[in-house]
Ligand binder design. Structure first.
Ligand SMILES: Cc1cc2nc3c(=O)[nH]c(=O)nc-3n(C[C@H](O)[C@H](O)[C@H](O)COP(=O)(O)OP(=O)(O)OC[C@H]3O[C@@H](n4cnc5c(N)ncnc54)[C@H](O)[C@@H]3O)c2cc1C
Length: 367
C-alpha cells in the first residue's frame, strides 16, 4: 500500500501525522524534513532561547510515540501530481496522499553580507545569534515586524543597546498605524532607539550585530512544474486541498477564508499551522473533507506585554479602541480583527465571536 507522505517535519507536518494516525490510518506514514532535527517549536527562538531562559532543546515536541518513518536531513526536491510521486533525495516515492507543510524561510538581505549579519528562522540560527549577542554591546535590527520586535525585546533584556529600523513609519505595521504607534512607544519606553520611515543601509550600520528581520518567503520552489498552482504559497481550496490526493497546511498554504470574503490568504502563525496541520490530516482521510474556517490567531511577547490578535488585522480599514486594552478592526460593516494587550481571556472570547462576522455594535453588545 502507498504511504501518506508529509513533507515538512515541523509544526504543521507533525500535527498532520498525528491526525492521520488518530483518524485510524494503519498504513505507512513518511515524514520528510530537510532540517536534521525532529520537530521543535519556533516561538521561543526569538524570546526565551535568545534571552537565556530556555535552551533550544526545551522546544522539542514530544514525538517518540508517533508511528512514522522519519526522513530527516533530506529535502523533497520534486513533485509530479499526475504520476503521484514525490522525489526525496534521488528516490521517487509513490504516495496515497501527500500533505505539503514546507513552511517559510527568513527573507535575507540581497547580496553579500558581513559575518555579523544574522537572520532568525530555525534553531541553528538561534544558537548562532545567541552566541553573537553574548559578546556584543550594540545590535541593529532591520525590520520591525513581530520577530524584529521580539529580538529587540530579548536584546534589551540582555542589556544590549538596541536600534530598531524599518522603512515603515511604525513597527508591527500588520496591526495598523494606531497600534503600531503604541508598539513604538513600548520600545522607546524600554530604551530602544527607533529609526523609522527610511530604508536601512546595512553598510552604514556600525553595530556589533545586525539582525535582518524582513519577513518570510514560502518554501515552494521545489514544487515548480509539479502541476500545483503556486501563488505566494500552495494554492488550495477551502478544504486545504491543492490537487487530487494533495493537501497543504501551515505557513505555506494559501486558501480562501470567509473573514477575507473568500479571498485567498496565507497565515504565518503558530496556531494556524497547528490547527491546519491537524485539519489537513483529517481531511486527507475523510470521505467528505471539511472547509478550514478557524479565525486566525497570533500572539507576540515583547517585554512584559503579550499582544494577541484574532482575525485579520491587516484587512482592517479603521481601528476602534473599545477598551484601553482591546482594539477592534473594522472593514465595511464588519469586525475583521480584535487585538488585545495583556488581556488573554478577553482575546479568546472575541476570537470565538469573530467567526460570525459581527458588526461593531453587535460585538460590543456581546462584551
Ligand atoms: C523566531 C520565530 C518566532 C515566532 N514566534 C511566534 C509567536 O510568538 N506567535 C506565533 O503565532 N507565531 C510565531 N512564529 C511563527 C510560527 O513558528 C510558524 O507559524 C510555524 O512554525 C509554522 O509552522 P509550519 O510547520 O507551517 O512551517 P515551518 O515551521 O516553517 O516548518 C516547515 C519545515 O519544512 C522544512 N522544509 C522546507 N522545504 C522542505 C523540503 N523541500 N523538503 C523537506 N522539508 C522542507 C523546513 O526546513 C521546516 O523544517 C514564530 C516563528 C519564528 C521563526
Amino acid at each position: 500500500m502507498r504511504p501518506i507522505v508529509i513533507v515538512g517535519a515541523s509544526l504543521a507536518g507533525l500535527r498532520a501525522a498525528t491526525a492521520v494516525r488518530a483518524a485510524g490510518w494503519a498504513g505507512r506514514v513518511v515524514l520528510v524534513g530537510d532540517e536534521p532535527h525532529k520537530p521543535y517549536t519556533r516561538p521561543p527562538l526569538s524570546k526565551e532561547v535568545l534571552d537565556g531562559r530556555h535552551t533550544v532543546e526545551t522546544g522539542a515536541f514530544p514525538c517518540e510515540e508517533l508511528d512514522v518513518e522519519w526522513r530527516l536531513g533530506e529535502p523533497a526536491t520534486a513533485l509530479d501530481v499526475a504520476a503521484r510521486t514525490v522525489t526525496i533525495g534521488d528516490e521517487a516515492v509513490e504516495y496515497e496522499t501527500l500533505i505539503i507543510a514546507t513552511g517559510t524561510r527568513a527573507r535575507t538581505w540581497p547580496g553579500e553580507t558581513a559575518a555579523n549579519v544574522f537572520t532568525l528562522r530555525d534553531r541553528d540560527d538561534a544558537i548562532a545569534l545567541k552566541a553573537a549577542l553574548a559578546t556584543a554591546k550594540t545590535v541593529a535590527i532591520v525590520g520591525a515586524g513581530f520577530i524584529g520586535c521580539e529580538v529587540a525585546s530579548s536584546a534589551r533584556k540582555l542589556g544590549l543597546e538596541v536600534t530598531l529600523l524599518d522603512v515603515a513609519e511604525q513597527p508591527m505595521l500588520a496591526l495598523g498605524a494606531e497600534l503600531g504607534a503604541r508598539c513604538a512607544a513600548l520600545h522607546r519606553d524600554h530604551g530602544v532607539e527607533l529609526r523609522l520611515g527610511a530604508p536601512a543601509d546595512l553598510a552604514a550600520l556600525d553595530h556589533d550585530v545586525i539582525v535582518v528581520a524582513l519577513g518570510a518567503l514560502p518554501n515552494i520552489e521545489w514544487l515548480e512544474g509539479s502541476g500545483l498552482t503556486l501563488d505566494r504559497g500552495v494554492v488550495c481550496d477551502a478544504n486545504l486541498q491543492a490537487a487530487p490526493h494533495v493537501f497543504a497546511a501551515g505557513d505555506v498554504a494559501v486558501w480562501p477564508h470567509p473573514l477575507a470574503d473568500g479571498e485567498p490568504i496565507r497565515v504565518e502563525h503558530w496556531t494556524n499551522a497547528a490547527e491546519q496541520g491537524a485539519h489537513a490530516g483529517r481531511n486527507a482521510l475523510a470521505e467528505t473533507p471539511k472547509p478550514y474556517e478557524a479565525v486566525p490567531y497570533f500572539w507576540t511577547d515583547q517585554y512584559d506585554v503579550k499582544i494577541q490578535a484574532a482575525g485579520l488585522p491587516a484587512r482592517a480599514e479603521r481601528v476602534e479602541l473599545i477598551e484601553p486594552d482591546v482594539a477592534v478592526g473594522v472593514r465595511g460593516e464588519h469586525v475583521v480583527s480584535v487585538v488585545t494587550f495583556n488581556a488573554p481571556r478577553k482575546l479568546m472570547q472575541y476570537r470565538r465571536r469573530l467567526a460570525s462576522r459581527p458588526r461593531l455594535d453587535e460585538l460590543v453588545s456581546l462584551a
